[in-house]
Design a protein around this ligand. Sequence first.
Ligand code: PMP
Ligand code: GLU
Length: 396
Amino acid sequence: MKSLSQLLSSIPPSATLAVNDKAKAMQAAGQDVIALAGGDPDFATPPHIVQAMCAAIEAGHTHYPAPMIGVPEALAAIAAKIERDNGIRLEDPRRQIIITPGGKWALYLALTAVLNPGDEVLILEPHWVSYPPMVQLAGGAPVPVSLPAADNFRVTAALLKAKITPQTKAIMVNTPCNPTGRVLTRVELDAIAGVAQEADLYVIADEIYEKLVFDGRSHISIASLPGMAQRTLTMNGLTKSYAMTGWRLGWLVGPPEIIKLATKMNGQTVSCAATFTMYAAVAALNGPQDAIAVMRDAYQSRRDFMVAALNEIEGIECRTIEGAFYLFPRFTQTNKNSLELADTLLEEAQIAGTPGIAFGQSGERHVRFAISTAMSELERAVERLAKVMKAGLLAN
Ligand code: PMP
Ligand code: GLU
């Protein structure tokens, strides 16, 4: 047989999804695994959204949408949301939005639309697992910009400038950030915007955790800063805010000429998102928003509990988070690397976490725990962790 794709063979599988699958399989086999690996809200999708989708199916919205980028009602709902929540005013919504099967695909579309072979993309590290592979799949070269933990992963112009070369084409920005839980400040976003303008870079903004910001913080969209709309592609979706991971509904918003190329890519690959999910998006975006605050407050309480409880355990250091729903504790008294740590946790304590290395080199000695899991599960996880740490099982 002839050899298979070298590119795909060289790319690791998604660590978050792999550990998640392993934990679910262990649970199905009757093991008492606490699944903290994949970020999937434990809340149900709000009922009015479910009803809107059922009504759309019953009304016959079971064919290709027209236009393929999204039904007009959904495009209008997204345009209104973006103006209301994000301060981004689209001049021509029908040419500036594409609805996608999940936020992940929107990110990939953005990369395929702007990259040529060998173009470099700056990725703030620690970064979400899929950024470097996505850049590679789109023909680009990922360039990590390591953010120092000692400085609370603060982004500065100097850190970015140090990595810019004539090949640099774009920078990926994720706020609130998975896995660090940082919510970028106006000062940090101004620094990124300044560098992007000076070096003529595109910005791909991943705002999937936009609604999950704690302690009264605000989320700022980089596309709303002066001069940034024409070089920014903003990705968002329903996945995290509305507890809709399985629905696969996201979108990409940006300049018409880039969305045109993304539309071409969509048309030649997945065609479109599922039509009836677009009607669910209308209900989600135009309907009552109170479920979001309820979920956000629950994540904030879980954060308060977990950060305090983890810091009580000798050998674990855990920063607090400003948004999203992941903790990224560091194991301070171990010789194990993060893959070994995650494995030992799964074997000895039946806790599934994602190894820190999946988020870049600086994630070594860390394991990521998702707190999109019931408080009772988190309490059990802390008890088990305290036990294995005390027994020294994670030391060598
Ligand atoms: N960006 C980040 C940072 C994520 O954690 C995720 C995971 N859900 C996504 C994008 C993709 O979201 P979706 O499930 O909508 O594809
Ligand atoms: N984004 C979530 C995570 O980081 C879900 C898994 C994935 O899409 O990779 O855990």
